[in-house]
Design a protein around this ligand. Structure first.
Ligand code: KMH
Ligand code: ZN
Length: 275
């Protein structure tokens, strides 16, 4: 059955520098304004990375808690904190993200080359993230950068059980240099592999850089949901920098409506994810 579309906005990320991408929301005020505007357009989940006073990525506990509280007070968005952080963040700090008690947190299902860097996700670390989220009632979004990560997820759920609430939601992050490509063929292969996961598993997809549009169209046509935002895309079209996260959410909403799968409200999104 085809449903409406869950739209996640990933407004900031840890990879782009404010100096190079001035429209990037890096302060709490900028993030909150972005969140409110994206919610009004049709986003229902926000995937959050935060920055420090110098606009550098941080996992500072006080700031994370303040951010979760501000987003809860100012919006009805489902608040998903990144446990991925930046490639340089230590595991202990990434695990401690859960102490800020978000509704959801990301859980990347394996190590992947990440441009010139390595995004390290050891099996024991994944198990720690998954089981702590189970204990604390936080819903994981399993981040899949490569097809083998889906086999790892199947193994994880077999050995350690379903997430709290029982719903499994994955996000295909496609087109990272070193991960799976952002193509329709790859998305279809990934979607077919979901057959090995529990019935009712839902998926979102995001294509990095120029793969954003092909991935969006492929996801909509295969029953998937969408993640968009300046974490993944800073060029709107050839030669045109993204002006704001709202511009990307508005485009996603337009595509979803064309596909006759309009954006889910936050209430419907909460129902879908069991939050
Ligand atoms: N910044 C990337 C190294 C996540 O948020 O969980 C990892 C990332 C994934 O963005
Ligand atoms: Zn992220």
């Amino acid at each position: 059955m085809t449903t409406g579309t869950l739209i996640t906005v990933a407004p900031t990320g840890a990879e782009s520098a404010k100096a190079e991408v001035p429209a990037l929301p890096v302060t709490l005020d900028e993030l909150l304004l972005t969140a409110k505007e994206c919610e009004a357009l049709g986003a229902s989940v926000i995937h959050v990375h935060i920055r420090d006073d110098a606009a550098c990525p941080t996992l500072d506990q006080g700031r994370l808690r303040e951010t979760v509280a501000a987003l809860r007070e100012g919006t009805d968005l489902i608040v998903q904190l990144s446990s991925g952080g930046a490639v340089t963040d230590p595991e202990a700090d990434r695990l401690a993200v859960l102490d800020a008690a978000p509704d959801m947190a990301s859980c990347t299902m394996g190590t992947v080359n990440f441009g010139d860097d390595v995004f390290l996700n050891r099996w024991e670390f994944i198990v720690d993230l998954h089981t702590r989220m189970q204990e604390r009632g936080i819903l994981p979004e399993y981040e899949i950068f490569d097809l083998g990560h889906l086999a790892a997820l199947s193994r994880l759920l077999d050995r350690y059980g379903l997430p709290h609430g029982g719903h499994v939601h994955v996000d295909f992050v496609m087109g990272v240099p070193g991960g799976m490509p952002g193509t329709t063929a790859t998305l279809v292969a990934a979607q077919q592999m979901l057959r090995d996961l529990p019935a009712g598993t839902t998926f979102s997809a995001t294509g990095i850089g120029r793969s954003t549009i092909p991935v969006m169209l492929a996801s909509l046509s295969t029953g998937g949901h969408l993640r968009v935002g300046m974490e993944d895309t800073v060029t709107y079209a050839k030669g045109r920098p993204v002006e704001s996260n709202m511009q990307l959410v508005a485009r996603a909403v337009g595509f979803a409506q064309l596909a006759q799968r309009p954006p889910l409200t936050t209430t419907d999104a909460r129902r879908l994810l069991g939050r």
